[in-house]
Design a protein around this ligand. Structure first.
Ligand code: ATP
Ligand code: MG
Length: 326
C-alpha cells in the first residue's frame, strides 16, 4: 500500500521561484509514490496576518499555480484547512495532552515573538498543535519537511506518542521525509527569496516582468567592473540560471567567459532572462488555460474538502471514543 503524505502551505498568493524549487516541485514528484494530501492552511495563516482580506484571493492564486505546475487533483487531495472543521476539534483535544513548556520552548515560537512582539496571540503558541492535528487527522505517515521544520514534526510525534500512551493506539506517528531544499536567494542576492521581502520572481510573471526583475538582480558582489574577472560560484544569477536551463554546455561557456571577463553581468542577465522566460513558458500557458474557468480552483477545493472530510470524520469519531467523550 502507498504511504500517505500530508503537507500544508500558508496561502501566500502567487508563488515564486523559491516556492517552486523548495516545495511545489517536490509536491508534484511525491504524487508518483504516495497518496498525497495538500492543504492550504488558512487557519495557520491567521496567526500572523493582520489584514485577512486577501486570504481568499491568495488561496486562489496559489492553488492555480499548484495546478498549473502539475499538482493533480485526480491523484491528490487538494483542499483548504478550514473547509474541514474537524481539525479544530482535534486541535482542542490534542491541546489537552500538550505540556505548555513544550510550546514555549520551540525556537519557531520564540522567533515569532521576536518578529511580532505586539501580536503574540494564543494561536501562535498553539501553531504546532494545530499542525499535529492536521497531520494526524488525515492519518498521514509521511511529512515532507525542510531542516527548519524538523522540530515541529518531532513535536507532532511526541504528541502522538503521548496520546496513544494515554488512550491506546489511535493516531499514526508520522515520519519526516527530509527534502533537499535548495535555498533560492532573492534578486537582492543576500536574502532568501521571499514574497514579504519583495525580492522574488513569480512563476506566473510575464516575459516583460521577468526581464525587469532579472535586470535588477544583484550579481557577483566581488565584481565591480566588466573588466574584472567574475566569480560564478558566488553569483546568484549564475546559480539560478543553472537551475532553470538544461543547456549545460552553454552554462559552462558562460562560466569560463565570466571568469575571463569576456562576458559582462548585464549580458549574462539578458541571457538568463530569456532562458527563464522559456523555462516558465509551459507553466504560464497552462495557468492561463486553467484560469479561463474561474470556478475551476474552487471546484477542485470543494471536491478535495469532501474527500478530506471522509477521512477526518472517521478519525475524529475514533479519537472521541478513545478519549471517552460521551
Ligand atoms: P514569506 O515571505 O511570508 O516568508 P514565502 O514566499 O517565503 O513567504 P513561505 O510560506 O515562507 O513563502 O514558504 C512556502 C514554501 O516555499 C516552504 O516550503 C518553503 O520552504 C519554500 N520556500 C520559500 N522560499 C524559499 C526559498 N527562497 N528557497 C527555497 N524554498 C523556499
Ligand atoms: Mg519565507
Amino acid at each position: 500500500m502507498k504511504g500517505r503524505v500530508f503537507s500544508g502551505a500558508r496561502p501566500t498568493g502567487r508563488q515564486h521561484l523559491g516556492n517552486y524549487c523548495g516545495a511545489i516541485k517536490n509536491y508534484v514528484a511525491l504524487q508518483e509514490d504516495y497518496e498525497c494530501i495538500y492543504c492550504v492552511v488558512d487557519l495557520h495563516a491567521l496567526t500572523t496576518l493582520r489584514d485577512t482580506r486577501e486570504l481568499k484571493q491568495n488561496t486562489y492564486e496559489m492553488v492555480l499555480d499548484w495546478l498549473a505546475a502539475g499538482m493533480d487533483p485526480k491523484r491528490s487531495i487538494i483542499f483548504v484547512q478550514s473547509h474541514v472543521p474537524q481539525v479544530t476539534e482535534l486541535h482542542t483535544i490534542l491541546s489537552m495532552v500538550t505540556p505548555m513548556g513544550w510550546l514555549t520552548r520551540l525556537p519557531t515560537f520564540k522567533e515569532k515573538v521576536r518578529q511580532q512582539p505586539d501580536n503574540v496571540n494564543y494561536g501562535l503558541l498553539g501553531y504546532p498543535v494545530l499542525m499535529a492535528a492536521d497531520i494526524t487527522l488525515y492519518k498521514a505517515d509521511t511529512v515532507p519537511v525542510g531542516e527548519d521544520q524538523l522540530p515541529h514534526l518531532e513535536f507532532t510525534r511526541e504528541i502522538v506518542r503521548r496520546f496513544n500512551f494515554q488512550f491506546g493506539e489511535t493516531l499514526i506517528e508520522p515520519q519526516a521525509k527530509l527534502t533537499e531544499t535548495p535555498r533560492i536567494m532573492g534578486i537582492d542576492g543576500v536574502n532568501k527569496m521571499s514574497k514579504s521581502l519583495d525580492n522574488h520572481i513569480e512563476l506566473a510573471a510575464t516575459p516583460e516582468e521577468i526581464r525587469r526583475r532579472v535586470m535588477i538582480m544583484v550579481t557577483d558582489p566581488a565584481r565591480r567592473y566588466k573588466r574584472d574577472p567574475g566569480h560564478p560560484e558566488i553569483c546568484n544569477v549564475f546559480a539560478l540560471h543553472k537551475i532553470f536551463t538544461s543547456d549545460a554546455a552553454a552554462m559552462s561557456r558562460i562560466e569560463t567567459d565570466c571568469r575571463h571577463a569576456s562576458i559582462g553581468c548585464v549580458e549574462h542577465k539578458k541571457w538568463f532572462a530569456e532562458d527563464l522566460i522559456q523555462a516558465l513558458a509551459p507553466f504560464r500557458e497552462r495557468r492561463a488555460e486553467l484560469g479561463q474557468n474561474p470556478d475551476l480552483v474552487w471546484d477542485v477545493l470543494a471536491d478535495g474538502a469532501a474527500r478530506a472530510r471522509v477521512i477526518a470524520q472517521k478519525t475524529i469519531a475514533e479519537v472521541k471514543e478513545r478519549v471517552g467523550l460521551p
